[in-house]
Design a protein around this ligand. Sequence first.
Ligand SMILES: Nc1nc2c(c(=O)[nH]1)N[C@H]1C(S)=C(S)[C@@H](COP(=O)(O)OP(=O)(O)OC[C@H]3O[C@@H](n4cnc5c(N)ncnc54)[C@H](O)[C@@H]3O)O[C@H]1N2
Ligand code: MOO
Length: 417
Amino acid sequence: MSVKADPCSQPSLMHPDQAIPLLLEQVSPVSDTEVVLLPYALGRVLAEDLAACIDLPPFDNSSMDGYALRFADLNTQTNQTSLRLIGSSFAGHGFQGEAKPNTCVRIMTGAPLPVGYDTVQMQEEAEVDCEIVHIRHPKAQGANVRCRGEELTQGTKVLNAGIQIGAAELGVLATIGASQVRVYRQLKVAFFSTGDELRPVGSELAPGQIYDSNRYSIQGLLKRANVEWLDLGVIADDPEAIRQAFRHAASQADMVLTSGGVSVGEADFTKQVLDEEGQITFWKLAIKPGKPFAMGKIDKAVFCGLPGNPVSSMVTFYKLVWPILQKMQGLTPVAPLMLNATLSTPIRKSPGRVEYQRGILSRNAQGELEVTITGSQGSGMLTSMSLANCFVLLEQFQGDTAVGTQVTVEPFNSVLC
Ligand SMILES: Nc1nc2c(c(=O)[nH]1)N[C@H]1C(S)=C(S)[C@@H](COP(=O)(O)OP(=O)(O)OC[C@H]3O[C@@H](n4cnc5c(N)ncnc54)[C@H](O)[C@@H]3O)O[C@H]1N2
Ligand code: MOO
C-alpha cells in the first residue's frame, strides 16, 4: 500500500520543537510591577522573592485533642501513669498557668502548648476519673507537638519570584500574614477575528455565513492564561479595516492576537497587512492542525496570527502562543507532561507534519492507560476538541497507526480543560 504524503506539508517547514525556541527568543518578560491585595493575586506572577516574616507555626501547639504533659513524669516501665488535671488550653485561648510535676492540661488541636509541658497524649489513649487522668502507652517525648518554626523560621525564603500564584500560594501568603504582594503587571492582549463569513452569536445566519466561534474559544484560553483581553470583535476581509484594527490594537496591548487570514487565499489579508504595518518574523511550521501560524511585531506589540480553522486556532494558541505569553508574563514555560498509552482506535495520518490529534485518555479494566481518538479530526471540527482530554502526538514522518500501538499522549492542562 502506498503512503500518501500530506498535501499541506512542505519539506522546508520547521518542526515545532525547533520553532518554539525561535518564537520564544522574540519576546521578553514584562518588567513593570504593581502591588495587589491578596484576594486579587490569584493567577498573577510574583515579582520578588518572599521570606517568612514570622515563624511557622508561630508557637508550640498540639496536633491532637488530648492532654499536655511532661514526658519526664511518665512511667515508661509500667506504661501507666496517673496525672492531676489542672486546666485546659483551647485554640485561641491558651492555658495561662505553668506546668507542675505530675500534672496535665486538657488540650485541643491547634491550642498553645502550655509552658513547661513537652508532650501530648491523644485522648483515646487516656482515661479521666474526676481530676485524675490515667495515661496509657505513652509515646516518645514531643509526641503530637507541632513546634514553633518547624515548618519555616522567620526570614526563610518561602516563595520565589517568577512563580504563578495559585490557590496553595495564596494560602501560604496568608499563613505568613502577607496582606498584599508585588506582582508583574498583567499582560493586555487585543484579539480580533477576521472573515466576511463570520456572524456574532445571537444573529441569524444568511447563506454562506457561520458563527464566529474562535472569538469565544480563544477568549476562554486567554482567560485561563490570566491575561487581560481586549475584544475587538470581527473585522471584515478588507485590508483597510484590518489595518485600522491593527493600529488600534497595537496602541492598546502588549500582544495583538488574530484569527484567520494567514493562509494563501485571495481574501487572506491578515498576514499581508501586518507585513506592511509591521514585520512578519515567522510564518508556517510543520504542525497539524495550524500550519500557517504567523508571528511578528507591530510597533511595540507582539503579533500572533492564528489560522482561522477553529481547531487550528486552539491548537496553535496552546502549543505556541501560550508559552510566548508565559515568557512575557515572567514565567518559565515548562515542557508538557507526556505519557504512553495503548491506541484503541486506528489513526489515519499522512507523513509530513507533526500532528496533534484529539483523544480520550482512560484506564482500561486491567488498569492500563489507553487512548481513543475523538472521531473525525478535521481542522474545522471543534467537537473533536471538546470531547477530548488529551492530544495524541504523532511524529512528522509517521503514517497510519494501528490499534494496540503504544503512542505518546499529552494530557490537557488547566488552560485547555
Ligand atoms: N491552497 C492552500 N490553502 C490552504 C492552505 C494551504 O497551504 N494552501 N492551508 C490550509 C490550512 S492548513 C489552514 S489551517 C487554513 C488557514 O487559513 P486562514 O488562517 O487564512 O483562515 P481563513 O481562510 O480565514 O479560515 C479558514 C476556515 O476557518 C473558518 N473560520 C475563520 N475564522 C473563524 C472564526 N472566527 N470562527 C469560526 N470559524 C472560522 C473559515 O470560515 C474557514 O472555513 O488554510 C487552509 N488553506
Ligand atoms: O494546518 Mo490546517 O490543517 O487546516 O489547521
